[in-house]
Design a protein. Structure first.
Length: 388
């Protein structure tokens, strides 16, 4: 078995695990935010009950109540939801290392940006995740009681991170690191704030629990809830060259965050049963953000160029494309043609013209331009595909 084959399997298993635990984490996050919004104070409820919600599922009925801090007594079995968050972050980090750090020359580096070695780029990526958490945590602790200002500062921090990543990494590497940064905030919120505060509340039952602990945990949970949709889109962005190939990645990230958070707000308010007139700005911002993202990522109109000869185009494809996209790839790290696409013959180029044009327009192929495809060669290939 080749190293490339084993690396592919490691990537697949980590991706599978990341999806499974990520679905579980996001599911519990969405459920508890919905539950908080669905709570209603009902007649006859004892003091200390904030509210309750009736649920029906699987042929049964559930009556769930929430206490303001903690009840006078707790049962021996208390269910905590934390491992989903920890495992999502751990498998995501493993996937980042396996795909972007072990194969940095392909997916993380871009020779047209910062002249970094794979080791340097990997260390910068890891250090930025740690530094980003301390920056986020410091802002929340300093401005947590001013939510509008805090939201603006966190948005600026994300956009600044996107700009910085875009200056040193490839488009794919930059967007995946923005997603990893936000994912680190979310997992660290659970590990460093939400669960420790909950444990303090449980330990303080015999004394006087501090309601501020629960309030701080609630703020972090809301941050996680609103970051979820942008993070999910950033994590799948590497499949879309019109995102990863954009030269202003900070703008792409900013629009994704605005649109995703606005969509999440609309869903939250719908689940809470709020009438639309109480949040009239949210839907227009969500739609406007998505439309702006579409316009911003639209491919520029290419200048009309003469169609080159078939032989010249085939030579370009064999030199720059077929090293990976072949029955037997010659480029290190590939056991088979990516996405089962081959570029060894003119017929294969014609059959896959739309896919190739999308990659050319985004400027993401070859990855990191490892084969040195020139702008002239890129234009020739694009002209041939357009006028074939």
């Amino acid at each position: 078995m080749t190293e490339a084959f084993l690396l592919d399997w490691l990537n697949l298993l980590l991706r599978w695990a990341h999806l499974v635990v990520g679905i579980a984490w996001i599911g519990t996050s969405f459920f508890f935010i919905w539950l908080d919004l669905a709570l209603r104070r009902r007649d006859g409820q004892p003091d200390g009950i904030l509210g309750s919600a009736w649920l029906v599922h699987g042929g049964g009925f559930y009556d769930v109540a929430k206490y303001t801090v903690a009840p006078p007594q707790l049962p021996p079995e208390l269910h905590w939801f934390r491992w989903e968050a920890y495992l999502t972050w751990a498998t995501g980090l493993g996937l980042l290392v396996a795909m972007y750090y072990f194969q940095a020359s392909l997916y993380l580096l871009d020779a047209s940006r910062a002249p970094l070695s794979p080791v340097q780029a990997s260390l910068i990526g890891l250090a930025s995740l740690a530094a980003g958490w301390f920056a986020y945590d410091g802002l929340v602790r300093r401005f947590g009681d001013r939510p509008q200002l805090l939201a603006a500062l966190l948005f600026a921090l994300i956009v600044a991170a996107a700009w910085g990543y875009g200056e040193i990494f490839s488009g794919r590497g930059a967007l995946i690191h923005v997603g990893a940064l936000a994912g680190t905030w979310m997992a660290a919120n659970v590990f460093a704030v939400i669960i420790p505060n909950q444990k303090k509340i449980v330990a303080a039952l015999l004394a006087t629990p501090d309601p501020a602990l629960g309030k701080e945990g609630k703020v972090r949970s809301l941050h996680n809830n609103y970051l979820t949709l942008p993070v999910l889109l950033l994590m799948v962005s590497n499949h879309y060259p019109f995102l990863t190939g954009h030269r202003q990645l900070w703008l792409v990230v900013g629009l994704i965050v605005v649109a995703g958070a606005a969509v999440r707000h609309v869903l939250n308010r719908l689940e809470a049963g709020d009438p639309a007139h109480r949040y009239p700005w949210a839907a227009p911002v969500a739609v406007g953000g998505l439309l702006a993202l579409v316009v911003a990522t639209a491919p520029p109109r290419a200048p009309v160029a003469s169609v080159p000869a078939d032989g010249a185009v085939l030579a370009i494809a064999q030199k720059h494309c077929a090293v990976c996209h072949a029955d037997r790839p010659s480029f290190p790290g590939f056991a088979q043609a990516p996405k089962d696409f081959r570029a060894e013959t003119l017929a294969q180029l014609r059959a896959n013209a739309p896919r190739i044009q999308a990659q050319l327009a985004g400027g993401v192929m070859p990855p990191g331009n490892v084969t040195g495809l020139s702008a002239e060669e890129r234009a020739m290939l694009g002209a041939w595909l357009t006028g074939r």
